[in-house]
Design a protein. Sequence first.
Length: 421
Amino acid sequence: MDKLEKKIFYVIFSILTIFLISILCIFNYQYYYQEKTDIKNILMRLDDRRFKDGAFKMPDMKREENTDKKANNDITIDKEKSPIFMDTIAYSVIYDEFNKIIEVINHSQEDISEDEIKELAEKFLSKDNKKNINIGNLYIDDYSYSFKGHNLLTILDNTTVKNNLLKILKNSIIIFIFLEIVIIIVSFKLTSWIIKPVIETFNKQKQFITDASHELKTPIAVVMANAEALENEPQEKKWLNNIKLETERMNALISDLLDLAKLENGISKENYAFNNLSKIIETSLLTFESLIYEKKIKFDYNIQEDINTSCNSNQMKQLVAILIDNAINHSNIKDGEIIVSLIREKNSIVLRVTNKGDEIPKDLQVKIFERFYRGDVSRNRDSNRYGLGLAIAKNIVINHNGKIFVKSENGFTTFCVNFLG
């Protein structure tokens, strides 16, 4: 059971953790991709500018006439007319074919010397591979740059973007740690909730084995003792009678256990037929009339005629027999009374078996349907009762898509069975 609990916990924990990591990775990737796209667009906008009439100007959206193009490649920059980018730190550098820097312009209000910009530009110009646009890793690199026509180098400061990305990454790690703690707690709770029915079933199974072993142990011990006595006194028939009696008890117990096992596995719908439930129950009640009369119990029943439904007739007879037998055994000795009714109520068929006798406490009204539960152990043992009857009845009702419950008040106990009509 511990292994199963651990396995369920790790599965839940792993699924939630993978989901959390995926969400955080997607969020960080989307933010990173957006920043990278923005930087690329800025570099392209800067590179697409044209130097015209000695000024650094925006490109004309109309097609430029060939006559407007300058024949020479000499470029100068009018620093007073160059654009300023408030949200971006960018520099433009003009260099000759020998990578010698000719002119530098600062497109931001950042207080940085021209020598510092030249030093930065020389580092990029010294690289053999001059890509059009080089953005690099925004988590590590402080600058992005691009090379494009007219021996122009554009440099973009990534420091702000880098700090923002690292801040978001740091916050994501903090959120991950916090949510991992929450996931651990949730995983424990979910594991407990999922495994609770398994534990209950496992405990019931253990209890079932213990109870069955206990019930079989007594008759087997009696049979062995009587067999030994028979060896010493072969003429005494009472030992044979005792063996026969205990064997019958064991046979009855094993039969009930087999019936219960079959019912818990479900009844094949092939055994169902459209039957007159009214006649089945009325016939079953008649077999108990003489026994009820002998016990001097008042008996009355009200069976509505021609109530038809799809059911297993043998199981219905067994259900009635269990409920009537239970009512007889728990009726008052002096003024006992049993009332049985079968009626159709809206979309349901309702069977009620009521007996006058000791009330069942509310905390035990659910337990009485469990295997081997017996309210009065001594009386049930004397009458060869093992506490399997109501468990069998419950499974019969469940297999017929019905519900069974008990009400016990004012000196009367009623077992109510509802079938879908």
